[in-house]
Design a protein around this ligand. Structure first.
Ligand code: UDP
Length: 325
């Protein structure tokens, strides 16, 4: 297929773009490089360095070598939870308004398929774990609220205009794929932060609370390898059906606590990784684990890289290569 990948110079977008190219698809990456990196665009994919708002009409009109795109994978987004609470306009504008622009441009140019990066943050504090797609959506932060708003918009565009759409709700994405990995200017995620300690770029890790109602008192999350996540996108593209908007949760179905993550990082890196207990972080639910039953049944998807040490090792190899270590 001829595919447009928005945000294809970012973490998940670059891994997906790489897997799409390897699978024989023609890929154009549209990325303004506000948080992405030009050298994260895989060989074989073309980069258009521009924002969706300014460029989407021209990019879809141009197509790929004159032929229209068969689909869009929409990764480009603002994705920092804390920032979304302090500067909501950036998120409503940058996520919701921009995605509406994209939907309208796709409609105008007859682009038939959309795969959208949604998030577990659309659910908020769960009543039950594992979390199924039928769980109530009550986001506790602006980031999750904007992603949910986009999901609603996609549902109505699919119903009204025949778009074939899939939203994939990611849980905690981790790991790397060779030279494609996580490098954020502002790092807030647990595994990269712990690995920064192992690299000597940070003194210690702060564990946000050890009095949660979990086995070891620290928060439990569902860490999914970015390559498994990318594979779900390829399946979603193949299964998207005109006029339907399907939603799938993607996690490996297993929860790991903050302490287990720190321990796995100690084993993989051989570094003692000093950790201090700090106050709970506002808005953190105790446990977030996905039910990926629907993705397994309907997409035939199964996460293959479920071992925490393996996920950490891939992230560690990537981190060291980045630092030239
Ligand atoms: N966390 C932590 N210390 C940190 C960063 C994160 O204890 O320096 C915890 C956080 O409270 C959460 C888990 O690690 O329970 C995963 O956090 P992350 O920000 O990676 O992902 P989130 O689950 O918030 O999307």
């Amino acid at each position: 297929m001829k595919l447009l990948v928005t945000g294809g110079a970012g973490y998940v977008g670059s891994v997906c773009a790489a897997r799409l190219v390897e699978s024989g698809h023609d890929v154009v990456v549209l990325d303004d490089l506000s948080t992405g990196h030009a050298d994260a665009v895989p060989d074989g994919a073309r980069l258009v360095e521009a924002g969706i708002d300014e460029a989407i009409g021209d990019v879809l009109a141009a197509g790929f070598d004159g032929a229209g795109f068969d689909g869009v994978l929409h990764f480009a987004a603002k994705s920092l939870v804390g920032e979304s609470m302090q500067d909501p306009a950036k998120y409503w504008q940058g996520n919701v308004v921009t995605s509406l622009r994209l939907l309208d441009a796709m409609r105008e140019h007859g682009t038939p398929r959309l795969v959208f990066s949604s998030t577990a943050a659309t659910y908020g504090e769960p009543d039950e774990v594992p979390i199924a797609e039928t769980a109530p959506t009550r986001p506790t932060n602006t980031y999750g609220a904007t992603k949910l708003a986009i999901d609603h918009a996609i549902t109505s565009y699919a119903a009204a205009h025949g778009l074939a759409a899939v939203s994939l709700r990611y849980f905690n994405v981790a790991g790397a794929y060779g030279r494609f990995g996580e490098r954020h200017g502002v790092e807030t995620h647990l595994i990269p932060i712990v690995l920064q300690v192992a690299m000597g770029r940070r003194e210690r890790v702060q564990v946000y609370g050890d009095d949660w109602p979990t086995d070891d008192g620290t928060c439990v999350r569902d860490y999914i390898h970015v390559v498994d996540l990318a594979d779900a996108h390829l399946r979603a593209l193949a299964h998207a059906a005109a006029g339907e908007h399907r939603i799938y949760n993607l996690g490996n179905g297993m929860g790991f606590s903050v302490r287990q993550v720190v321990e796995a990082c100690r084993e993989v890196t051989g570094h003692p990784i000093p950790a201090d207990v700090a106050p709970r972080r506002a808005g953190d639910p105790a446990v977030l684990v996905a039910s990926s039953e629907r993705a397994r049944t309907e997409l035939g998807w199964k996460p293959e890289r479920v071992d925490l040490a393996g996920i950490v090792r891939d992230a560690w190899d990537f981190t060291r290569a980045q630092q030239g270590a």
